[in-house]
Design a protein around this ligand. Sequence first.
Ligand code: FAD
Ligand code: EPU
Length: 356
Amino acid sequence: MTKSTSDTMSGETPGKTSDKAISSWVDLSAYNTLAIPALAKELCVVRHVEELQTCIARVKQENLPFLILGEGSNTVFLQDYDGVVVLNRLTGIELVSQTQSTVTVKVAAGENWHDFVAYCVSRQWYGIENLALIPGTVGAAPIQNIGAYGMEVKDTISELEAFDVSSEEVLSISNDACEFGYRESRFKRDWVGNKIITSVHFTLSKEKALKLDYPALAQNLTHDSSLKQVFDEVVSIRTQKLPDPKQIPNAGSFFKNPVVSVSDYQALQQRYPDIVAFEHGQKMKLAAAWLIEQAGWKQKQVDGVRVHQHQALVVINPERRPGEAIQGFAQALKDDIQQRYGVMLEVEPRLIRLTK
Ligand code: FAD
Ligand code: EPU
């Protein structure tokens, strides 16, 4: 079983500009969902692992900085990028193995995430349906262990393959080695710039197993609901709450929900009885959107940048301002939240800075 798809990206039509394998001083507006108009010294499109290998070998030889980019839905270009942006367009889906109750598929890193979710749902494979409509590539999904509506991608990843920049070999990496956590993995820490994910292996269930604990899902669904109904409900909720980057440039949640000790949470609750929080292991995860909304940020705008009216955690860039404007807004918001609540917000997307 194999499958190929053409380039797609929520927000833009990068496929149109990616016909050439290598281009110089390219405007990245169409390659990041915040529509930041930064330039890249070079854009190198890779459609096969061999092209990736050739591109990285040259980049190393010429001692150029490089950045792997999927669909740019979790990337903030703070300035122009004086290096090579390597656009991952590796495609293909293969069946690896199956049992009576599970199926394992290997998916190339440049496949579109939502298309892959739809592909699984159409085959009655359970395990990632709550992650429908998350923008981006399959290869970026493990980077921050994408999550939504009570599901995290780590729970379906059996292993993945990554090109190791130092050894120039494709390595197989186990789930455990990735050290996945809430919006975390080693790909955001010590593996940045050295491990390029080329494919991900997912093990999904052929037996019905719905995850409906998240309050918004429990409202309209029951365990009698079909897989397709869950998928449709997730798409519907997300469409109502989150801005479509095609219409309003954004990168999803700009901050992580802060995880605090139970005692810190209780102290905050004394002061703010309505504060929203969820259990997170032995700790509490605060709803950052609540903190931001209560602090009045839905009414504020700095340098053309603001938060979304329906989701205060989503910073929007309707005027397509440069990265400095986004950063200025985010810093002012962070400082204010720290001052009011004593809570430090952590930026979720990756901030890229490399000037001419
Ligand atoms: P990019 O932005 O292209 O890359 C992100 C980072 O990963 C960069 O540092 C890049 O260098 C690195 N990277 C990308 N590909 C590779 C690779 N193959 N190998 C090594 N490094 C790589 N996220 C959630 O978790 N849950 C949500 O519900 C959610 N909702 C969103 C809603 C909207 C409207 C938007 C715009 C974003 C949302 N996100 C969400 C964030 C985003 O969709 C995910 O982080 C997604 O996985 C990013 O994919 P991408 O291909 O666009 O990554
Ligand atoms: N809330 C407000 N004001 C708002 C929005 C929300 O007060 O404007 C409060 C509500 O009380 C709500 C609570 O915040 O119950 C939580 O809101 P929501 O369910 O929308 O989820 P979230 O915590 O804001 C997280 C993820 C999203 C993911 C959703 C659904 C993070 C940083 N964000 O948002 O992921 O889609 O849950 O599971 O964990 C992303 O990472 O980019 C992202 C969009």
